[in-house]
Design a protein around this ligand. Structure first.
Ligand SMILES: [Zn+2]
Ligand SMILES: [Zn+2]
Length: 150
């Protein structure tokens, strides 16, 4: 690989919820997918992880690097890096050290690329598809409809 000298930012920047950790990407990511595996459900506390994948050496930490906490699953090829103050997932190098995994929600702006795959859908919880077709509101659910549920 001859990418070592590439330090020009791609324009893609991201940060955690509390704002202490921020980063920029120096190379364009190559993949964008939703992972529905049980590990991603646990680590996000939600139904799936939206992950963008890029080259290992494309991350530049702009602030808060000392706040990063890294977790490697002892049994599975699964890792996570998060802000130790607010718990937000931020980019991490995967356990096999082959790629940088960027939680899409940590980006400050929408990436140019679109998700192209849903993986491990066999592990997706039933409530995801049910929830996606539930009533939609631009903000909190209307009081009226939550009363209707009682
Ligand atoms: Zn934070
Ligand atoms: Zn997963």
């Amino acid at each position: 690989m001859t990418t070592k000298s590439t330090t020009l930012p791609t324009g893609l920047k991201g940060s955690c919820l509390c704002g202490k950790v921020s980063y920029s990407l120096t190379e364009k990511p190559s993949q964008f997918y939703f992972c529905h595996c049980q590990q991603c459900q646990k680590v996000t506390g939600s139904s799936f992880a939206a992950n963008i994948v890029g080259p290992v050496d494309s991350i530049r930490w702009l602030s808060g690097e000392s706040l990063l906490t890294h977790f490697d699953h002892p049994l599975r090829a699964f890792s996570k890096t998060f802000c130790s103050l607010c718990g937000s997932g931020v980019p991490h190098i995967n356990k096999s050290k082959t790629s940088l995994v960027i939680p899409a929600g940590s980006l400050d702006h929408a990436p140019a690329m679109k998700p192209t795959a849903n993986i491990f859908v066999s592990e997706s919880p039933e409530w995801l598809s049910i929830g996606l077709s539930a009533n939609k509101f631009s903000g909190y659910a209307d009081k009226k409809s939550s009363d209707d549920e009682k």
